[in-house]
Design a protein around this ligand. Sequence first.
Ligand code: ADP
Ligand code: GLC
Length: 493
Amino acid sequence: MPQVLMVASEAAPFAKSGGLGDVLGSLPPALARAGVDVAVVLPRYGFIPAAGLQRVRENLWIPLGPNTWPVEIYAAVEGGVPFFLIDCPPLYGRPGLYGEDGTDYPDNHIRFGLLCRAALEVVRHLFRPRILHCHDWQAALIPAWLRYPLALDPTFLGIRTALTIHNLGYQGRFARDAIPETGLDESTVPVDVVTHRGDLNFLKAGIELADALTTVSPTYAREIQTPEFGCGLDELLRRRSADLTGILNGVDYSRWSPETDPYIATNYSPEDLSGKRDCKADLLAEFGLPAAAIDTPLIGIVSRFTSQKGFDLVAEAAGELASLDLLLVALGTGEPRYEEMFRKLHETYPGKVAVRIAYDEALAHKIEAGADMFLMPSRYEPCGLNQIYSLRYGTIPIVRLTGGLADTVEDGETGFGFRDYSAAALLEAVRRALEVWRDPRRWRRMMFRAMKKDFSWAASARRYAALYERLLEGSRGAVRELTSPAGLVDNDR
Ligand code: ADP
Ligand code: GLC
């Protein structure tokens, strides 16, 4: 049974800003069910209450370059998995995960530099894994710590590393002179390992050094090896192609199923859809839209508002969309320009477009249940979870066929897809959806097919477990090579 320690900046239910939090909240319990001995490390942000946490380590002073940080470690068990929360009030005792009011905290390289270093203290004192599984840039300096400053420390000998890329668009790039504050002194780590095009780059260091690389869908695994999707790292990713696999995210149906969802007006199932109409009525009321609109197709959006998500296309297509027989409700927060854009859409088309600028878990569930269609016109999408939730709620996804959207939505079968990143292509997909909507029997058949799709974690967890086995096989192989006489003869040649 492999011991695996995951390190990430988010994990539901403690901290979540997007799909990363969902994955770290549900993959580890699925792995535990598959027989993997797994634990998770994340920061203890200011909003995570003490209730339910147990202090398991105090008075750790962790030096990172010129600073030394006071650290305590808390623990809690969720879904049978230990979560270790790194407490460091000067760095994490703040209201945001990464920033506030659309601006990143200026010391994020220190905040997540400390996360990487503190995770190694968890290894030293609390949970000794055979594999360190790092998620995204915030954990991506760990392989550099193991390969360089700690290479000869017996505590870490033989530990293998995996890095999962949830989003190549976020690399943790900082000015080069910030390197010492991450604790990775330029005299211990070759500077070209932790830099890319002159900047400190956390993710690049991880991609270069992790023993295995994964990303969150097979299509995205291929896409990121191309200049179009590679965000400047495609060449390096091509070089590491043999070690890179795409493992599709699963979803936690115990949280996202219309049969049991506690947030929605009335529960429903593929066999009895009647409750979905109540959910729609409830959603219309929630957004102040007229109850009489119950028979008008309603498109939902729940998203972080960033350029990745393709809302420029919605702005461009707004006039035409508003001329169609449909309503749009959107829930999201993020970049001010998109928040402003959605507010304007509401002001221009008040009876048709309703918007809530907020992060609201309950409302996200109500939209999944109450909308008829769900729009994700993403510019790129590593996996995407909302379209998978939508399938389960019979809320037909309309998506751009990129990354995980292409791997989960079947055009014309369970949803509608478009390929070109253009307003015209988006409108064409919406029109096709409306055409099927006008034939209730066809629409219900499509809903039924969508609701029957199964993206539960079990299959993906098995793929991760197999990857861990391969990694450990690899390390045994390396040891054999070093110690076997044949290996020595080879070396002598
Ligand atoms: P990403 O990770 O890129 O944001 P995903 O589709 O993988 O995209 O995951 C998004 C997750 O975050 C979903 O669980 C979604 O419901 C949630 N989410 C995003 N924005 C909001 C919001 N404003 N309010 C509530 N939940 C949100
Ligand atoms: C990222 C991606 C999203 C993915 C999520 C979880 O935030 O943008 O597509 O579903 O991570 O892997």
